[in-house]
Ligand binder design. Structure first.
Ligand code: UDP
Length: 468
């Protein structure tokens, strides 16, 4: 009997990276492949709803590795530099030992590593050990292209971005020229060129271009011009997104229902669904700023005033660790808890995809993490964008200026802008945005169904892995 390949999947330790890669793991297992999904110990402990080995995915196996930081050390975006250093100094040598073991001594040797685009140490190790490596890029492709152009942008003196030239247009880069202002570039472009985080990304991108194949969580036609610039740099590109929609399409409905973890790696507060059931059609604004961003208490209050003044009901995910610094000791200000009763509903974790698909939801106030942006598109919900870091600045520009399915409040946070934009998305400009949204939603759904591009590209990826 044919021996099925064994693949090791390595995400960056953040939920927004783990979730799409886990969907891919489940899809590969469904095709009979063996998968070892390698989390860091810390992430493995904090994701309370990872799928248990079950009869549905008997070939999916979880393993974990140290991220090098002490167990009680905080891990948030402010301290990301420390995590990056320890991944390189501690996790990398441990990963070498683990992969050496799994690719030689194991009964079913690992023949392929699928590594997150910002876990480049895995590329070095896999190459050293002669194991094929494919990159999985968890951010948006529209952000990958400027990353690939960093050397050119530096050479031409367009980086770093200073406070006084934020609105100047980027020049000389196809696909970006005439569209991106400096403020729309990925957030690291605001850092000094010799800062550790900027250097980290330069290093990651360089390593990534040394892998032959690239997997992207996007779908054909959404970002075609960008893909045409990226494609010549890799011998193979597999566009297989939106991954959670592909998972929904390819896995039998009854299995999906029984997967307690499906698309939800943390315990969600389902009371918000009951609350949504009592609201009228397309009346509610869903508010979530993802899992990594931090905001000041003053910004939280501006959002609250803007939402209340808009007159719309709102469902708001306020994470305990949303608020920056010492202010975080009282994470949810009194007025939010008291004053919200009339029209708002607060939760600390929502079943986001289910919420966005709910008929009561009419708008999405989002930070534009790539997963959230794709989830907003799949559900056809227009967005008000408040990006803070990573690829979010560029995703929000695409939402507002390329796809025209939302409004971008980048670098502002005042109650009147929030109120105005919410009203526009929910009422005044809703029809116009839905006219742009509808064809994109159709593309997103068609591509994950039988005969669609993402469906086909996943089959191609599986075939290619089997040939290694
Ligand atoms: N999410 C969720 N419930 C919440 C908040 C977020 O399920 O209450 C999920 C959301 O559906 C998305 C992910 O968390 O898939 C966040 O990923 P994204 O790329 O949008 O942002 P990040 O957290 O990486 O900044």
């Amino acid at each position: 009997m044919e021996q099925q390949p064994h693949i090791l999947l390595l995400p960056f330790p953040a939920l927004g990276h783990i979730k799409p890669l886990l969907s891919l793991a489940e899809l590969l297992c469904q095709a009979g492949l063996h998968v070892t999904f390698l989390n860091t110990d810390h992430m493995h402990r904090s994701l309370t709803r990872l799928p248990q080995p079950s009869s549905h995915f008997p070939t999916l196996h979880f393993d974990s590795i140290s991220d090098g930081l002490p167990t009680d050390h905080p891990r948030n975006m402010k301290l990301i530099g420390e995590l990056m250093i320890s991944l390189k100094s501690v996790t990398k040598p441990r990963f070498r030992d683990l992969l050496a073991e799994l690719s030689t001594k194991s009964e079913r040797p690992v023949t392929c590593v699928i590594a997150d685009g910002i876990m480049s140490f895995a590329v070095d190790i896999a190459k050293e050990l002669g194991v094929r490596v494919i990159t999985f890029w968890a951010f948006s492709p529209c952000c990958l292209w400027p990353f690939l152009c960093l050397p050119k942008l530096i050479e031409e003196g367009q980086l770093p971005v200073g406070d006084d030239d934020m609105d100047r247009m980027i020049k000389g880069v196809p696909g970006i020229e005439g569209l991106l202002r400096r403020r729309d570039l990925p957030s690291i472009c605001r850092r000094q060129l010799d800062s550790p985080i900027f250097q980290f990304y330069v290093e990651q991108i360089k390593a990534m271009t040394q892998t032959s194949a690239l997997i992207l969580n996007t779908f054909d036609h959404l970002e075609d011009p960008t893909l045409s610039y990226i494609a010549p740099l890799f011998s193979k590109i597999y566009t297989i997104g939106p991954l959670t929609a592909l998972l929904t399409s390819r896995i039998k409905h009854d299995i999906l229902q029984s997967l307690s973890s499906f698309n939800n790696l943390c315990e969600a507060d389902r009371s918000c669904i009951t609350w949504l059931d009592s609201q009228s059609l397309r009346s509610v604004v869903y508010v979530s700023f993802g899992t990594t961003g931090l905001m000041k208490r003053s910004q939280l209050l501006e959002f609250w005033h803007g939402l209340v003044n808009s007159g719309k009901p709102f469902l708001w995910v306020v994470r305990r660790d949303d608020i920056e610094g010492a202010e975080a000791e009282h994470p949810i200000p009194e007025e939010l808890q008291e004053g919200t009763k009339e029209r708002g509903f607060l939760v600390d974790w929502a079943p986001q995809e289910e919420v966005l698909a709910h008929q009561a939801v009419g708008g999405f106030l989002t930070h534009n993490g790539w997963n959230s942006t794709l989830e907003g598109i799949v559900a056809g919900v227009p967005m008000v964008c408040w990006p803070t870091l990573a690829d979010q600045q560029i995703n929000s520009r695409w939402v507002s200026e390329v796809w025209r399915i939302g409004l971008d409040m980048k670098d502002t946070c005042d109650r009147s802008t929030i109120e105005r934009m919410i009203r526009a998305v929910m009422e005044a400009r809703r029809e116009e945005m839905m006219r742009s949204m509808d064809p994109i939603v159709k593309l997103a759904h068609d591509c994950v169904n039988h005969g669609g591009s993402s469906y086909h590209n996943l089959d191609k990826l599986i075939e290619d892995i089997k040939e290694i």
